[in-house]
Design a protein around this ligand. Structure first.
Ligand SMILES: Nc1ncnc2c1ncn2[C@@H]1O[C@H](COP(=O)(O)OP(=O)(O)OP(=O)(O)O)[C@@H](O)[C@H]1O
Ligand SMILES: [Mg+2]
Length: 297
């Protein structure tokens, strides 16, 4: 039995063709007999326009092997906040005195919530569709995408520090309890348990992101200076978070364009060329025609 699907992420500067490339790969792989889920994590979805059909959180079957769903970020923000609220209520019962509900109405507008919501959606989708061969993620604009990828590392830095502090508190509390109750067995600390389970969950995501057989980060760019500069920046930021680009996809490629500079700058990544199409790449038929021309069987 298959253990996991391979996640293919498509990211890059606005308008370079992330959604179109993601759609082309989804159609291509499904035509090769692979089970594919194409999902958009971009709050401004493009897949319904590309496939010319209404899409939502509920996956829609486009062909026998291809499902598409568009993640509704608002649902995931609400879900993330209600999970946090329940955990806080369970772990820190004394806080109910502070009327937490009134704060959660405002917290959903805080910076940083979207990337947590997207990461929850990613985790749920990869668990739910582990039996697929490929899960293709059409990603949001660069700033949010980078926050999404760096969130596990950032959260682990905080959680490890909090774990250290909690251990210090417990040590001090144990000394006091021993004085009061002698050598009585002390109940396992609920907050420490929670921190450990969060650490384990983020570690798993971080390992999955770094595992090149589970996760392939495809950076889409065009033969122009601006998308090239932004791509270099994306690659550097991802490196800071311990992640590597798997494949550079040069989209809207025109024959004669020199790929030398791209190859030099992204030496450790593969390079795929997607030529500029004369036909508009809208609808399954147009995508299929393009694939048959560019990747003949
Ligand atoms: N290889 C191609 N040949 C011709 N047109 C293309 C090609 N790739 C993409 N396009 C066109 O370029 C435009 C932008 O593509 P697309 O919407 O896929 O980009 P995007 O990176 O997802 O944009 P956004 O940042 O807005 O999400 C669309 O009109 C699309 O049809
Ligand atoms: Mg798009």
């Amino acid at each position: 039995m298959k253990e996991h699907a391979t996640s293919l992420f498509f990211l890059g500067k606005g308008g370079v063709g992330k959604s179109t490339s993601a759609a082309l790969f989804a159609v291509y792989l499904s035509r090769q007999g692979k089970k594919v889920l194409l999902t958009s994590l971009d709050p401004a979805h493009n897949q319904s326009d590309i496939f010319g059909t209404g899409l939502s959180e509920t996956p829609k079957q486009i062909t026998g092997n291809l499902l598409i769903k568009e993640v509704d970020i608002n649902i995931w923000v609400e879900k993330y906040l209600s999970d946090v609220q329940n955990q806080i209520k369970r772990t820190y019962s004394y806080l109910t005195a502070f009327n937490l509900e009134s704060y959660f109405g405002i917290i959903k507008y805080s910076p940083g919530i979207e990337e947590y919501a997207l990461l929850s959606a990613y985790k749920k989708i990869t668990e739910e569709y582990a039996e697929s061969d490929f899960i293709i993620f059409d990603m949001p604009p660069t700033a949010l995408t980078l926050k999404f990828f760096c969130l596990p590392k950032l959260s682990l830095t905080w959680l490890n520090k909090l774990q250290e502090l909690r251990n210090e508190i417990i040590k001090k509390r144990e000394i006091i309890t021993k004085i009061k109750f002698g050598n009585r067995e002390i109940e396992r600390d609920k907050i420490l348990n929670k921190l450990e389970s969060q650490i384990n969950s983020y570690r798993t995501v971080e390992e999955d992101f770094r595992n090149r057989s589970k996760t392939k980060i495809n950076l889409v760019l065009n033969p122009d200076k601006l998308s090239f500069s932004e791509s270099k920046l994306i690659s550097e930021k991802l490196k800071e978070c311990g992640l590597e680009i798997s494949e550079v996809i040069l989209n809207k490629y025109k024959p004669g364009f020199s790929t030398k500079k791209i190859k030099q700058n992204f030496a450790s990544a593969g390079l795929k060329l997607l030529p500029l199409s004369e036909e508009e790449l809208l609808g399954t038929q147009a995508l299929t025609n393009y694939i048959e021309n560019v990747f003949p069987r």
